[in-house]
Write a protein that binds this ligand. Sequence first.
Ligand SMILES: [Cu+2]
Length: 136
Amino acid sequence: MPSVRRLAAVAAAGAVLASAGCGFVGQHDASTHGPDTTGTAKTGAGGVQTITVTGDERMRFTPNVIKAHTGKLRITLKTTGQTPHDLQIDKFHATTGMVMKGRSASVEVEISAPGRYDFVCTYHVKQGMTGVIEVS
Ligand SMILES: [Cu+2]
């Protein structure tokens, strides 16, 4: 059963990089990280938007561009290969924690402002394992 870490974080303008040591560890850039795959979060029970992202042996998230609206968003990371991954949304300091082969775990945030929110695999950010949530 996937574990859910609840974080009621608010994306207030200007709250970026509030604390040293927990800033952006990577920024999504398709020009260096290969072609993007886009997925749209679906609104389910309780108005929570959900989407599943896979992490694979190529050190890529699929999709790596998530379209969502403001409100609650739950991203489930599923690791498909041998290599464990995590999914961390930098701005919210929110993470799935390490997800082993064949397992999945979720991270849930509440996004109050439209914008672009980067996420990374903290283990493979240097290999370009990054993505972005596009919130409208
Ligand atoms: Cu990874």
